[in-house]
Write a protein that binds this ligand. Structure first.
Ligand code: GAL
Ligand code: ZN
Length: 672
């Protein structure tokens, strides 16, 4: 099902159930929502105990009343299913819905996001209320989208989940012999005689079979997605045809989002960057990369479901968002292909654990607050650029990000148990491309590579079945492939490849990785350019953490190591293969290396974002396009006003003053 909006969405999570005894406050909220230019709210995320106060007694009138009032004001509703937090009566009567942790201890009632995904009772109770919500509101003209539960995550080790895990394994391996072989269970005599003997990983049991750990993670992801499908199925049974979303989380490690995204119609996510902790632009790259990941999950527009209007109350330091940051953060979601920027939350709760969390309307309750004014400003800007709704982000560059590979790599005991710095490595490549104003997609190993000109795959530890063939074809057909140290080491059950690595690509890359050196935190090596190298690189860069020792098998060395017993060994190599080129970066180089290296590669290949002149420091450029135009979106994350480099063609200004330069946290949108 397609999710299409004519306008960019602006609004957020709203919890009127906390204020049902204050009708005057609810009335005032409506006025304030209108004043802030909000066109949507999310309702019902944690409303189960108000919607069904006792088993089988449903109270939906209050919700209908609010939906109607919002509708009268032209405000749409994203309606949640309430499974994110269950009522007490449910937990008391059916304890099987409570999660069991990895030490096999069952939780008491409390908190949220902590139900068993397998429990037939929980699935049934969720299905009943979802069906009823769909019957009552699934065709209400205000309701535009289903918000399935809230921030799925976590795992349960109860007997029901153990059984489901065994069943899942049996479907995957068919025989116990095959499982033993793929999991390498003869190691430490951990061989299984039957599927019934298998237990999920536990600190008081098995943790050393890496393939078990990996399959457990895959199972948790599968089972959670299956739960989502069951929730959606119930909505369909209730007669609703509306599209669905689930609010995902920042690089969340616990679920394979590429798989989960297949179950929903539109991706949304909750973003809580810690601004001002480092240079603002660095946080913007980190947040931008996550936007790009979310967009890439379905290669379709997504939206920002939650963000804090000012400080949160759960981070180590509750930093206020400085003036302009709320606006800039919201606009970044749009720049990267988002269909809207929503907040958590509209009205600040009065008690319990989030009473000091930032909100559009705080305990004071007036419109004369700094935050409220910024929300209004953001709302009016979103309105002005609303023609961006439905336009797409097209990228020539893909960055590989694969959950299975990351799970396996982070679990394996290897060259650097003290920290592999994987996400930092990814970010260095991302930053290098973004400094050129290039859009970037993130793809996993199942992704289609045909539209890309460059594929960068830092630390691609696992080669899932057939990946090397896909890369070979990509390079053969003219693609530029950038691989790094610690790649192509294991297969998809984390068994090491025999006969040399990077597996299956030694001829494409023209090298073999022989050994890898883990460096102490304080240690450094360096990458020195080879004279007259084909990229014209002329600076020495430091590297840390991991240094791969490679032998040349046809590739050319472009840089070499400066220190240690491997001084002079190749550190950056290139090999021509088919119509393309395969690069190998042997070490974790400082971030200025990627900037220079990727700039030169892109220039040589004639890949650019289309603006003329230098892109100043701190300026982010993203493009979105539709059948009529390409939109150049500029955001200034620096502290000085900067001039913006213009694209070629006939330019119309959709937002911002381009002649005077772009002020800090400012936005400019040009239509070409
Ligand atoms: C999100 C969650 C919201 C709220 C928010 C606070 O992770 O979905 O319900 O708790 O955090 O920042
Ligand atoms: Zn369970």
């Amino acid at each position: 099902m397609e999710f299409k909006t004519k306008k960019l969405l602006h609004g957020g999570d709203y919890n009127p159930e906390q204020w049902l005894d204050c009708p005057d406050i609810l009335e005032k909220d409506l006025d304030m929502l209108t004043e802030a230019g909000c066109n949507v709210v999310t309702l019902g995320v944690f409303s189960w105990s108000t919607l069904e106060p006792e088993e089988g007694r449903f109270c939906f009138d209050w919700l209908e009343n609010i939906i109607n009032k919002l509708y009268e004001r032209g405000i749409s509703v994203i309606l949640a299913t309430p499974s994110g937090a269950r009522p007490k009566w449910l937990a008391d009567k059916y304890p099987e819905v409570l999660r069991v942790d990895s030490e096999r201890k069952r939780a008491l009632f409390g908190f949220r996001h902590n139900h068993c995904y397998t429990s037939p009772v929980y699935r049934e109770k969720t299905a009943i209320i979802n069906r009823k919500l769909a019957e009552r509101f699934g065709n209400h003209p205000a309701v535009i989208l289903w918000h399935i539960s809230n921030e799925y995550g976590g795992e349960c080790h109860c007997p029901l989940c153990q059984d489901a895990f065994r069943k899942w394994l049996k479907e995957r391996y068919h025989t116990i012999e095959e499982l033993n072989k793929r999991w390498c269970t003869t190691f430490w005599s951990h061989t299984y005689n039957s599927f019934d003997q298998i237990e999920s990983p536990s600190p008081i049991g098995e943790t050393q079979l890496h393939a078990l750990n990996l399959d457990w993670k895959r199972f948790v992801s599968y089972q959670t997605t299956d739960f989502i499908k069951a929730e959606i199925h119930a909505l369909r049974e209730g007669g609703s045809k509306l599209p669905t979303t689930a609010n995902l989380m920042y690089y969340f490690n616990g679920l394979n989002y590429f798989e989960l995204a297949k179950a929903i119609d539109v991706v949304s996510w909750d973003t809580y960057p810690t601004w001002h902790k480092q240079e603002v632009i660095e946080t913007a790259y980190d947040n931008g990369m996550c936007h790009d990941l979310m967009r890439s999950l379905k290669r379709k527009p997504f939206f920002q479901m939650e963000s804090c209007p000012t400080s949160t109350n759960w981070q180590g330091i509750s930093k206020l968002k400085k003036p302009g940051v709320l606006f800039a953060q919201s606009m970044q979601a749009i720049a990267h292909g988002g269909e809207g920027a929503l907040y958590f939350q509209i009205r600040q709760s009065r008690g319990a654990s989030e009473k000091f969390h930032g909100a559009v309307i705080d305990h004071y309750g007036g419109t004369d607050t700094r935050v409220f004014r910024e929300v209004c400003h953001t709302g009016s800007a979103l309105d002005k650029i609303s023609e961006l709704a439905g336009s797409n982000v097209k990228s020539a560059v893909a960055l590989l990000y694969d959950w299975d590979s990351q799970w396996a790599m982070e679990d394996s005991q290897g060259p650097r148990n003290k920290g592999l710095h994987y996400k930092e490595a990814l970010l260095k490549y991302y930053r290098g491309f973004r400094k050129l104003g290039l859009n970037v997609d993130l793809v996993d190993m199942t992704g289609d590579l045909t539209d890309y000109k460059i594929l960068a795959a830092p630390m691609c530890y696992m080669f899932r079945n057939g990946f090397e063939e896909k890369v070979r074809k990509f390079v053969k057909n003219g693609g530029i492939f950038v691989a790094t140290y610690w790649s192509g080491i294991v297969d998809d059950t984390d068994r090491c490849f025999l006969g040399g690595v990077p597996h299956g690509l030694m001829d494409v890359l023209g090298i073999r990785s022989m050994e890898i050196d883990g460096l102490y935190d304080w240690e450094k090596n360096s990458l020195i350019p080879v004279s007259d190298n084909l990229l014209g690189l002329d600076r020495t860069y430091t590297c840390k953490y991991l240094c791969d020792l490679v032998e040349l098998r046809g590739a050319e060395a472009v840089m070499t190591y400066g220190d240690d017993f491997y001084a002079g060994y190749p550190a950056l190599t290139v090999n021509a293969y088919g119509d393309g080129q395969a690069w190998y970066v042997a070490a974790d180089a400082e971030k200025e290396f990627q900037v220079e290296f990727l700039r030169r590669i892109a220039e040589k290949a004639g890949i650019s974002c289309g603006v003329e002149g230098e892109i100043p420091e701190g300026l982010e450029i993203t493009t979105r396009e539709n059948s009529e135009a390409t939109y150049y979106i500029y955001q200034n994350w620096g502290s000085q006003t900067v001039e913006i480099p213009l694209p070629k063609g006939e330019i119309q200004t959709l937002y911002g003053e381009t002649e005077k330069g772009l002020e800090p946290y400012g936005l400019a949108v040009l239509k070409v």
